[in-house]
Design a protein around this ligand. Structure first.
Ligand code: AMP
Ligand code: GLY
Length: 426
């Protein structure tokens, strides 16, 4: 099977690594990929938002399945474009239509979907300039902290959590006046939920589903969850508080109604549903939907899947997931993300990375890397590498990742030393 994988991050490197282990794979193309994905397939300079070029590539290279890593091409209609082109209409795609991708692309759409299908989530009110007074009155009824969310995609920065009412009101006005551009023309005000977060990943063909291993990620740049939000500084799987009882509630109250809702609403949805969940005293509530796998969560979820990923993805993309097999390892997996100095603010690119050849017992997934003019691996993004390890328990897995990180060097390298530590209490 020839596969086209869209994306360039650590998530896509993990997809490429896992798919390359399948005897079903003939040729893997990654568009655009990074220095790591090149080890598992051929990186190609193909713009995922140039739908004509993608369809032509599918025809020229006899692609049998397209796997879309990030949300943006989906929200922009890549799946729809492939399905609308007579030459590619029958090619299975992992990733929903633009309408399905609105579960991530529009917070208002997602909240409306949850309410209509009885899925537990925080109370909310969508606000535009036209009902600002109603929005302010809603804020007055809530108590601190106040949660304001830009409706549209805002590169992970569109959620503000504010401690006082005056600040919340003034931020609401700023957001509606274009603080996040068109993404915040509508703002969703939400009730604050307190609890501990975890992420559950579901693969669906729009009718049936498989629940993949859950994970917890570490979003803040600083240890003990301090400082600015990042794309994710590390992740662990499994999550100890996501025990059988909790996961049963997740399946019954969230996964089943979500998949049934996708079917009832006639969304063309074959791909991943990433549930951002809050564990509110043992009861799961949805914080958000994403229409893709998480990054860096993928780097701990896929290493725990013992089944053939190509088989699973093909079954989902062709509507045959019910008969597919998912085997999950009991092992623990962790990943520690190495970032560029200064990230998530300004950072340098182009620093040569050494020590990758010394890695033993871990898998290094490349995120922001490229081969420089001399063919050496160099930094090319904020999140540079994700060092993943499996172990019989959390500490064994973490020790392997940290031991290998000690040998990997580049100028300005930073990583958190406390990944997974907060889970010792469970
Ligand atoms: P989102 O982009 O919707 O996942 O929000 C980003 C982060 O903000 C989440 O991972 C939570 O940590 C936090 N958050 C979002 N919504 C709420 C809420 N209603 N209550 C508490 N925390 C929230
Ligand atoms: N790590 C969070 C995300 O992928 O959205």
């Amino acid at each position: 099977m020839n596969i086209l994988l869209i994306g360039s991050g650590g998530r896509e490197c993990a997809f490429a690594w896992k798919m390359s282990q399948s005897p079903k794979l003939d040729k893997l193309y990654i568009a655009p990929g990074n220095a790591g994905t090149g080890a598992y397939g051929e990186n190609v300079a193909l713009n995922p938002n140039d739908h004509v070029a993608v369809c032509q590539f599918i025809v020229d290279k006899k692609i049998d399945m397209v796997v879309v890593g990030p949300e943006e091409p989906l929200v922009k209609g890549l799946q729809d474009a492939i399905k609308a082109n007579a030459a590619t209409a029958n090619i299975p795609v992992v990733g929903p239509s633009a309408k399905g991708a609105a579960l991530e692309g529009s917070k208002e759409f997602a909240k409306d979907f949850m309410v209509r299908h009885g899925i537990p989530t925080a109370g909310y009110l969508p606000v535009t300039k036209d009902n600002l007074a109603e929005g302010e009155a809603y804020l007055e009824k809530l108590s601190a902290p106040y949660v304001l969310k830009a409706d549209g995609l805002a590169a992970g920065k569109g959620v503000l959590i504010l401690d006082n009412l005056a600040e919340a009101k003034s931020e609401l006005r700023e957001m509606l006046s274009g603080k996040f551009g068109a993404a915040s023309a509508t703002v969703v005000i939400e009730e604050y939920m307190s609890g501990i977060e975890c992420s559950v990943f579901v693969l669906t063909d729009g009718k049936s589903y498989k629940i993949l291993p859950e994970a917890k990620d570490y979003k803040r740049i600083g240890e003990q969850d301090t400082g600015l939000n990042t794309g994710g500084m590390g992740a662990v799987s499994p999550v100890p508080f996501a025990n059988e009882e909790f996961m049963k509630k997740v399946e019954d109250r969230i996964v089943k109604p979500t998949v049934a809702g996708i079917q009832k609403d006639n969304l063309d949805y074959k791909g991943f549903v990433f549930l951002g969940l809050m564990n509110c005293g043992g009861d799961p509530k949805v914080i958000e939907y994403n229409v893709r796998m998480g990054d860096p969560e993928t780097e701990v979820v896929l290493p725990r899947i013992d089944s053939d990923l190509v088989d699973l993805l093909y079954a989902a993309a062709t509507g045959n997931l019910a008969s597919a097999e998912l085997k999950v390892s009991k092992d623990f997996c962790c990943t520690v993300v190495m970032v560029a100095g200064g990230y998530p603010g300004d950072y340098k690119k182009g620093d040569v990375i050494t020590g990758l050849d010394k890695v033993e017992g871990s898998t290094v997934f490349h995120a922001g890397t490229k081969l420089n003019a001399e063919g050496k691996v160099a930094t090319n993004g904020g999140r540079v590498l994700a060092v993943s390890s499996r172990g019989a328990n959390k500490n064994e897995a973490l020790a392997k990742s940290y031991a290998n990180i000690a040998n990997i060097k580049y100028d300005g390298c930073y990583f958190r030393r406390d990944i997974g530590k907060d889970l010792d209490q469970y």
